[in-house]
Design a protein around this ligand. Structure first.
Ligand SMILES: Cc1cc2nc3c(=O)[nH]c(=O)nc-3n(C[C@H](O)[C@H](O)[C@H](O)COP(=O)(O)OP(=O)(O)OC[C@H]3O[C@@H](n4cnc5c(N)ncnc54)[C@H](O)[C@@H]3O)c2cc1C
Ligand code: SF4
Ligand code: SF4
Length: 428
């Protein structure tokens, strides 16, 4: 491993929609910004979505131009496949320790021609497609990834040498090593985002052992224009589902999961997914099992009312548990909160609205970042400013500080950039 040092005005940790927006806003004010993203492409969770509530605009039509704007901005440097693993505040500036993971592909040589991918004989599950289909052991992460540079997964590669032989740029390097970088910046924006709890965490919902119980992010991929099957099919047997159920709060507002808060976005995205399904599968029965519907944003209540008018069924119930039904279906066992009766119903496919949890975990290597009791990054006073972390020159934005939708993530990112800009101008 070798060490390298770089200096910027601002460091943005995370290349999701919040990080991209903060970086663009700061770069437009002539500050030199570096975005560090741990995945092989920028775009975060939003690039994996189908369409977005409440407008039903195509998600990648909004995300891709932002990714391209950041990538082409003369004041922005982007490091992908690079993780910020530590951050210290010393002598009035921040120093981030960054681990640049080996792609086993020379970034300066690769032209994104995909010849390596086409010729690689090893198929591996594709996380960008919800693991429904396979990709190659060496690949460009997805069609509109930025950068368009291949990366090789050493856990699956069998070192057959075919990619190195076919690559027209001699870009494959099986001996690439991780690199430790030190990035110095006067200001930092933490936009590390979120992940979902896993199906395995939820004993009552089968822990992944019941066929055709999928996550909400997997449903986003089934609905996406360039999804795994190009249409909505049931994963176990390729059947077009005739009855689809959504289970709300399948992780959130649940003491047994240690997650007592509302994840805020799930009601709206499940309603959105049900609406999109009523277009994709007009004959399918669509049911949402919910405890409360929290349609909190501008235009959201209308969105909910529209879904009811479209014939989507809303059942006020706490789902107790799921079992494998007949013909690879799923049986939902629930207590109807209107009648108090214990009921059960069969569906072809069940989608879990899992809990939203932070990607960032509090630890000694990030001494200036503390987390609140919900484990999201602590803000000084959300009523004064939801981006101030209480230390000079460091700000939070997007889902790193709490679950939120895209509208709020973007406006918070703009606010964090404004705070960072004021700080940078003051210390000049
Ligand atoms: C199923 C589903 C559907 C949704 N649908 C909608 C919708 O229709 N409309 C809507 O408004 N919202 C929707 N959302 C919410 C939306 O996805 C979020 O609001 C948005 O993605 C938050 O963006 P972010 O940048 O804060 O976080 P993220 O998108 O999570 O980005 C954070 C980035 O930081 C990177 N990162 C984390 N730690 C590090 C580190 N240490 N070093 C370097 N990089 C790091 C991560 O790899 C990631 O790329 C949906 C969410 C889900 C789960
Ligand atoms: S060396 Fe590895 S990545 Fe390259 S073609 Fe062979 S299996 Fe695929
Ligand atoms: S590594 Fe070589 S073959 Fe693969 S995409 Fe890059 S230039 Fe093409």
């Amino acid at each position: 491993m070798s060490d390298k040092n770089f200096k910027f005005d601002a460091l943005v940790i995370g290349g999701g929609i919040a990080g991209l927006q903060s970086a663009i806003d700061l770069a437009d004010q002539d500050f030199k910004v570096v975005i560090v993203e741990k995945n092989p492409s920028i775009g975060g969770n939003m690039i994996r979505l189908s369409k977005v509530f409440p407008t039903l605009d195509c998600a990648s039509c909004i995300t891709t131009p932002k990714m391209a704007e950041a990538a082409h901005h003369p004041n922005i440097t982007i490091l992908t496949y690079s993780e910020v693993v530590g951050l210290i505040h010393t002598n009035g500036h921040y120093v981030a320790q960054v681990l640049k993971k080996p792609r086993f592909v020379d970034e300066d040589k690769c032209i994104g021609c995909r010849q390596c991918e086409l010729n690689c004989p090893v198929m591996v599950p594709d996380p960008e497609q919800g693991n429904f289909v396979a990709k190659k052991a060496i690949s460009i992460p997805f069609s509109n990834a930025i950068p368009q540079i291949a990366y090789l997964d050493p856990d699956w590669c069998m070192l057959c040498g075919k990619c190195a032989k076919i690559c027209p740029k001699e870009a494959i390097n099986y001996f690439q090593e991780p690199i430790n970088l030190n990035i110095e910046a006067k200001a930092v924006i933490v936009a590390t985002g979120f992940k979902l709890t896993t199906i395995e965490d939820k004993r009552q919902y089968g822990q992944g052992k019941i066929e055709n119980v999928i996550t909400s992010l997997q449903m986003e991929r089934l609905l996406a224009p360039h999804g795994p099957y190009n249409r909505v099919l049931r994963p176990s047997d390729g059947k077009e589902p005739e009855s689809i159920a959504f289970i709300q709060c399948a992780g959130s507002r649940d003491k047994s999961m240690g997650l007592e808060y509302c994840s805020r976005i799930c009601c709206m995205y499940s309603i959105k997914q049900a609406m999109l399904l009523s277009g994709a599968l007009p004959l399918a029965d669509l049911t949402i099992y919910y405890m409360d519907i929290r349609a909190f944003g501008k235009g959201y209540e209308q969105f909910y009312q529209n879904a009811k008018a479209m014939g989507i069924e809303f059942v006020k119930a706490k789902v107790a548990y799921l079992t494998q039904g007949e013909s690879q279906g799923v049986t939902v066992h629930y207590e109807d909160q209107q009648t108090g009766e214990r009921m059960q119903r069969d569906h072809d496919l069940v989608v879990l609205a899992l809990g939203v949890i932070p990607e960032f975990i509090e630890n000694d290597k990030f001494a200036d970042i503390s987390c609140a009791t919900d484990k999201f990054i602590n803000v000084l006073n959300p009523n004064i400013d939801p981006t101030l972390l209480g230390k000079e020159g460091i700000y939070g934005a997007g889902c790193s500080v709490g679950p939120k939708d895209i509208v709020d993530s973007i406006s918070e990112a703009g606010n964090a950039a404004m705070q960072a800009s004021i700080y940078l101008n003051n210390i000049k």
